[in-house]
Design a protein around this ligand. Structure first.
Ligand SMILES: [Fe+2]
Length: 287
């Protein structure tokens, strides 16, 4: 059976995980800080998980379900372009599907996707996969590399030396993740779009304000720091800086062909510093 075909059981398990987090937590243990009763995986100390989920909450959860499935598609595209096979292909695909497993307990517990004010969703994902035994049927090498890739996928910088299986998988996931997040964020950062504070990480909206620190990162060819963001334009600039952190040619190609980075640059107001930043980003993507 091909690596992709035997993902079917994982896809079923993935949908179960998401569906279980579409209902509020009910166990008293949750209120007393016992963690998410659905999977025993969430961070402790919040009882928001017991509150009813609003239609907006359900939409936010669906956003992450759809995102995970599209990251799987992107991961497959990149893995095939790399010619991955066997355990390497399987690990890359599993890590792509499960990379945001932590988002579901995170959202139910804290009602935000902002790690800084809740919990690191990469680590929550590792706890979720372990607590539910979601990778128990996998060969040990695939299991441990997938867990490592999920735990590291959202780190600003990767450790220098990783085991090869994990290294490739986490790089595939990071690229696949960026390819998918970009159009979503472009849609939400468009000034004419309805505001969704959760998606734009509760940043302040202003048509022209941005932070010098985030701009400097783009101009200097560095990836911006989430912690330096204050305005929604900072988020747009930070997304621009992702062109410096793409691992594989297939990702760069897809980003160019899909036109999402060009659309993002089109959202920047016409200011001298931002024009310079846009030029730098265009040149980096063309390389
Ligand atoms: Fe993530």
């Amino acid at each position: 059976m091909s690596a992709a075909a035997c993902l079917e059981s994982h896809l079923r398990a993935f949908h179960s995980l998401v569906d279980e987090h579409r209902v509020p937590a009910a166990a008293p243990a949750f209120r007393s800080g016992g963690g998410c009763p659905g999977c025993g995986c969430a961070a402790r100390g919040s009882d928001r998980g017991m509150e009813a989920l609003t239609p907006q909450d359900l939409d936010n959860i669906e956003l992450k379900r759809d995102h995970s499935l599209r990251v799987l598609d992107n991961g497959r595209l990149i893995a095939e372009d790399l010619g991955l096979a066997g355990d390497a292909l399987r690990t890359a695909l599993l890590a792509s599907l499960w990379h945001d497993a932590g988002r579901f307990p995170q959202y139910r517990t804290f009602r935000t996707f902002h790690d800084g004010s809740s919990a690191n969703h990469g680590l929550l994902g590792v706890r979720t996969l372990r607590a539910r035994g979601l990778l128990d049927g996998e060969p040990p090498a695939v299991r441990s590399a997938t867990i490592m890739a999920v735990g590291l996928h959202n780190r600003r910088d990767l450790p220098r030396r990783l085991p090869p299986l994990a290294d490739t998988a986490v790089r595939v996931v990071r690229d696949a993740d960026k390819l998918d997040i970009l159009p979503i964020m472009v849609a939400h950062l468009d000034p004419s779009a309805a505001a969704n504070a959760v998606v734009v990480l509760h940043l302040e909206r202003d048509p022209e304000r941005y932070s010098d620190e985030v701009l400097a990162a783009v101009l200097e060819g560095r990836v911006g720091d989430y912690k330096a963001m204050r305005w929604t334009l900072d988020f747009a600039l930070l997304l621009c800086s992702w062109v410096y952190d793409l691992n594989y040619p297939a990702t760069r190609r897809a980003m160019r062909e899909r036109g999402d980075m060009a659309r993002l640059l089109g959202l920047l107001p016409d200011l001298p510093d931002l024009r310079r930043a846009a030029e730098r980003v265009r040149a980096a993507l063309a390389d």
